[in-house]
Design a binder for this molecule. Structure first.
Ligand code: FEO
Ligand code: CA
Ligand code: CA
Length: 689
């Protein structure tokens, strides 16, 4: 989500609500770096002797090994783990279209408003589609996405699951939004329906090579009003009892679906990020509201004021109104902040909120490659300033017959990044003596594990987790199991509170951290970490900084890394979400996607997106020849006075190549639409290689 949106509304993308006294490890960076400097010095000399040259590739590989990371097994099947990036870098640019390397092309697929079933209800270019129609159309603000291949034809037929994070009201409605209270009911209905998830059957036409939405039975919209089951330790607890579900087993909707995940058993995980601001509580917020930033004035879009006064809208007001929780919606916000599991292959399945995995501003949820007979491990970040990195380790063991219920029992851990390059996973578990002792020392009480999980952030405060610079996407190397995670930026970091894992204050450009679990066991409680990349300008950036890597160049400068994906060929794809002046002017151009070789440190800009969008969500077909990428919120600075600041994609210029004339937006031109694009090589080869 961009900060542009924050300026227009009063609920934040990244509200800082962590006022705990957890350490920032002031002044330990120098100690850390001096230790690493010694390491790097001897390594550099050794490598120069070994290779007789100082090629960055050799240096980086050796340096990685020296930092405690085993070098990947280059060239071992099934992964080509040392890819050569086979394209020419796209320059930083601003143009109201995608800019792709020569030799690449793109099409749009499933833009906002596209009908899910053939041609009805058709998208209306003036924004006049109703709420009921939006419920049968692709939602807005595409974010995380995953492609589930069909076994019969995996590279040309599959299900695409797409998150719809939020809406830009001006672009959603004909004539913009009416935001006085009460709000027009159908505008509220449409906004709720534009959130959530789309499940879409897609197929590549054998003749044209173009992908199409199929008119199939799998197609489904899940919205901020879809009934969902509460599973795991919070199910049935007092925290989730409402008028709608007096026994605390059900809730409605999933909100602000940002990053995503998938499971080894073929289900989709959608992740609830900045949900708190959608609710209002005017009668005194309990800790499970206050610590997450539930509003005390009004909901983000004032859904609670819908003129019809229907229950489905009133529920966004969490004020105490009745004598008991079963009589009002004081607990409605406690139904949000979770990982939600969706079975895309069963369109009648009820989505399940997997509460054992914790409640926070979930960016996404990334599984480590599963191992038969071992626990299944998922990583997740809490995208807010000074929040934490988590992992969930199932109690059950992985087998071919496992299903999503394995997610209902396990241990949730939070990360502490120690200054010496080691790390600890700290259990947030009412049955763990260390956790109980830490809570006692802090004077914090938890009644049971449901209480711990509903208050995950507080539990993480208690054990002394490391405050991070807005954890966004993570990705797990498919063979080495190293985990990479973006820290997008932080305006609250400063020289007085930098630490080894968040070494720049202020941190306007962000960085990527990575870790390897002890013994290469994803479920271990100890790990080693280093910094993979300090993003930024040519004079304020560095690959592998602790090993003395090079600065970024014109081909690779970027800021605010957000989306991240290690593909099946070992390419690390990095997507950016700059906002405000960082995006509007300066050296970085519009939001972009870069490709990096984590072995050599090579990094190049692969694409730049249209005006005002963030580039988020990336996945390929198994053979790597079709890559799906999302452009979210093109034209999000549009307004009644400015008109549309983007007309992508309906102006017809879906993409261009470097050197082609820039596309200029027309304020009275077509309405901008978030969309997935499919990128292919003109020669049909693997994208990126
Ligand atoms: Fe929705 Fe943290 O980005
Ligand atoms: Ca994001
Ligand atoms: Ca972001």
């Amino acid at each position: 989500m961009s900060e542009n949106n924050l300026i227009e509304i009063d609920s934040g993308d990244e509200p800082m609500s962590n006022h705990s006294d957890n350490p920032h490890f002031s002044n330990i960076l120098e100690k850390r770096l001096s230790r690493r400097d010694m390491l790097t010095g001897s390594l550099t000399a050794a490598v120069a002797g070994m290779f007789g040259a100082s090629s960055m590739g050799n240096l980086a590989e050796a340096a990685v090994a020296g930092a405690g990371f085993l070098p990947p097994q280059v060239g071992k099947p099934p992964f080509a783990l040392n890819p050569t990036l086979g394209f020419s870098a796209v320059p930083a640019t601003r143009s109201d279209t995608a800019t792709l390397p020569v030799g690449y092309k793109a099409q749009t697929l499933a833009p906002w408003g596209a009908p899910l079933t053939d041609s009805y209800p058709a998208y209306k270019a003036d924004g006049s589609n109703t709420g009921a129609e939006q419920e049968q159309q692709v939602g807005s603000h595409h974010d995380g996405l995953h492609y589930f291949p069909m076994a019969s034809n995996p590279n040309s037929h599959g299900l695409l699951c797409i998150n719809h994070e939020y809406v830009d009201q001006f672009n959603l409605h004909a004539g913009g939004a009416i935001n006085t209270s009460p709000r027009p009911t159908d505008q509220v209905r449409k906004e709720i329906a534009a959130h959530g998830v789309s499940v879409i059957e897609v197929k590549k036409d054998a003749l044209s090579g173009e992908w199409d939405v199929m008119n199939g039975n799998y197609n489904r919209r899940i919205t901020a009003n879809t009934p969902m089951e509460i599973r795991g330790p919070v199910r049935g607890s007092d925290f989730v009892k409402t008028v709608y579900s007096p026994d605390g087993t059900m809730t409605r909707g999933t909100i602000n679906n940002c990053g995503h995940g998938y499971t080894p058993w073929g289900t989709y995980l959608t992740c609830e990020e900045n949900w708190a601001g959608y609710f209002v509580n005017r009668t005194g917020r309990p800790r499970e509201h206050a610590r997450y930033g539930v509003s005390t004035s009004n909901g983000r879009y004032r859904w609670e004021t819908a003129a019809s006064g229907e229950d489905q809208y009133l529920r966004f007001d969490a004020s105490v109104k009745a004598t008991s929780a079963e009589g009002d919606y004081r607990n409605e916000p406690n139904g949000q902040g979770w990982i939600v599991e969706i079975d895309p292959f069963n369109p009648n399945s009820v989505p399940k909120k997997r509460t054992a995995m914790g409640r926070f501003a979930h960016e996404g949820c990334w599984v480590a490659p599963p191992q038969l007979g071992q626990p299944v491990v998922f990583y997740s970040g809490d995208d807010s300033q000074n929040e934490y990195v988590y992992k969930f380790v199932t109690k059950g063991r992985y087998s071919k017959n496992v299903n999503g219920d394995i997610l209902d029992q396990g241990v949730l851990y939070v990360a502490r990044f120690n200054e010496d390059g080691t790390g600890d996973w700290l259990a947030l578990d009412i049955n763990n003596p260390a956790f109980v002792a830490a809570a006692l020392v802090k004077g914090v009480t938890f009644a049971d594990q449901a209480d711990v999980l509903v208050n995950t952030r507080l539990a993480a405060d208690v054990v002394g987790a490391t405050k991070m610079d807005r954890p966004e996407w993570g990705t797990v190397h498919p063979q080495t199991r190293e985990v990479y995670m973006t820290m997008t930026n932080s305006s609250s970091r400063n020289a007085g509170n930098i630490d080894a894992a968040n070494p720049r204050g202020p941190n306007p450009y962000g960085h990527i951290i990575r870790w390897r679990e002890q013994g290469n066991r994803s479920w271990a409680v100890k790990f080693e970490w280093d910094l993979f990349l300090l993003s930024g300008t040519e004079t304020d950036s560095q690959m592998l900084p602790e090993q003395g890597g090079p600065a970024l160049t014109q081909d690779s400068i970027h800021a605010s890394p957000d989306g991240l994906w290690m593909d099946q060929f070992g390419i690390l794809w990095i997507q950016t979400d700059m906002s405000g002046s960082q995006q509007a002017s300066g050296p970085f151009g519009a939001n972009a996607m870069l490709a990096a070789n984590p072995v050599t440190g090579e990094i190049k800009r692969f694409l730049v997106g249209p005006n005002d969008q963030e580039t988020t969500g990336v996945v390929s077909t198994p053979d790597g020849t079709s890559m799906f990428v999302n452009f979210q919120h093109p034209g999000d600075r549009s307004s009644a006075s400015a008109g549309f600041t983007s007309n992508w994609p309906d102006h017809g210029a879906v993409y261009r190549h470097p050197g082609d004339a820039a596309v200029v937006a027309n304020p009275t031109g077509s309405r901008p639409r978030s969309s997935t694009i499919v990128i292919t090589r003109e020669d049909g080869g693997i994208v990126g290689l």
